[in-house]
Design a protein around this ligand. Structure first.
Ligand code: PSV
Ligand code: MN
Length: 384
């Protein structure tokens, strides 16, 4: 295996919502030059791809990225050199969803949520997207508020209806999250719950691991290795956290954790296109400029991948079967301690890219152009 070929073929999907304004529940800091509609978000994702060469698709969130003609948006993306990726339905931002969406005790609200999920599969037909990426804000805040098993049944029923609607080449990714916005019991709190539903549904249902959605101290690479071995790892939402679902740049808080995750991916064959794993980012750049932050994030995933590819798997296996604890650990640490930046810089030159994408972006004057050009209209996004 030639490491350079693997790195050249790597694909990292960026999220439309990272390009729009975002913030915390305390304040959204509006930035100049942010996209005003889905078309401009596609343009920003295309810019990230132009400088990195490995981010050729954008995930959409519906209705944040609602347009009249999705085929036209898809054509626009193609003209910019990228494609439309995962479709993320949004069933958490309407008053009707106060007690949940597909798990809501009211059948009328459940029907409304299901209709939106099915509409999103129609959108996938128009955009050519493979993945329906599902995350539910459903859950309860107080013990006794609702029946935990009844909610699981409602969830299962909705998922089966959506699964039945998927086309031959379409998949459903089921994301879990320990907490928030529900604080007592989230309806899909962990990978086990997601995995069980996916197994019930069939092979087109796969677990999505968002790195920010675990309790502190959770061994995420164990989850990754397990799901990969079982053929149920559908994809990632990469980001970083210090405390909760912080949505900071991937690899910023704990690059070693990202390396450990990518090492399990590499060792388990998860980088092969046939594994079908979607490597997506799910981040919000609240105080930092968005496009360079996204470029930085893509480079961080690339660096972790390069280091994981440097793990000497033969030496590792040998140490493992010999019970050489320190030797095995040293194999991983050697790879992690290697500076892969020169390798990636030379790879980029081979690919016709600038070896330093962030410096190249700043030199390009693109940010100033956006600031001057994107005036009027209102910024598209969940924040402001
Ligand atoms: C929820 O916290 C989440 O991780 C889901 O993936 C959403 O689609 C995304 O963030 C944006 O709110
Ligand atoms: Mn996510």
């Amino acid at each position: 295996m030639d490491i350079r070929d693997v790195l050249r073929a790597q694909r990292i999907e960026t999220p439309s919502w990272a390009y729009g304004n975002s913030g915390t529940r305390f304040k959204v800091f509006a930035q100049e030059g942010v996209p005003r509609d889905a078309y401009e978000k596609v343009d920003d994702a295309a810019t990230v791809h132009r400088f990195t060469g490995v981010a050729p698709s954008i995930a959409l969130h519906i209705p944040w990225d609602k347009v009249d003609d999705y085929a036209a948006l898809s054509r626009h993306a193609g003209e910019q050199g990228i494609s439309l990726g995962a479709i993320n339905p949004n069933v958490f931002q309407e008053d009707d969803y106060r007690l949940g969406s597909v798990c809501n005790p009211d059948p009328a609200v459940r029907a409304k949520a299901l209709a939106h999920l099915l509409e999103c599969v129609d959108i996938m037909d128009a955009t050519g997207s493979r993945d329906l990426s599902l995350w539910f804000a459903d859950g309860t805040n107080y013990p006794g508020q609702d029946s935990i098993p009844a909610r699981q049944e409602r969830l299962s029923e909705a998922l089966h209806q959506v699964y039945a609607r998927l086309g031959e080449d379409q998949r459903m990714l089921l994301e879990y999250k320990l907490f928030e916005p529900a604080f007592y019991a989230t309806d899909i709190p962990d990978w086990g719950t997601s995995y069980a539903h996916c197994v019930d549904l069939g092979p087109k249902a796969q677990v999505l691991v968002d790195t920010g959605h675990h309790a502190p101290g959770t061994n995420i690479e164990f989850i990754v290795a397990f799901l990969l071995q079982r053929g149920r790892l559908g994809g990632f939402h990469f980001n970083s956290r210090f405390y909760a679902d912080d949505d900071l740049m991937v690899g910023a808080a704990d690059p070693f954790q990202l390396f450990r995750i990518m090492t399990e991916i590499v060792l388990g064959g998860g980088l092969d296109a046939s594994a079908g794993i979607a490597f997506m980012l799910d981040q919000c750049h609240n105080i930092e400029p968005k496009i360079p932050a996204m470029i930085r994030s893509v480079l961080n995933v690339q660096e972790a991948t390069a280091k994981a590819l440097l793990v000497d798997s033969e030496a590792l296996r040998k140490s493992q079967v010999e019970g050489d604890v320190l030797g095995a650990n040293a194999v991983l640490m050697d790879a992690f301690s290697t500076d892969v930046r020169p390798l990636l810089a030379s790879l980029r030159e081979d690919m016709g890219l600038d070896p330093d994408p962030i410096a190249a972006y700043h030199r390009s004057g693109h940010q100033e152009k956006l600031r001057a050009g994107r005036v009027g209209g209102s910024a598209a996004g969940w924040g402001a």
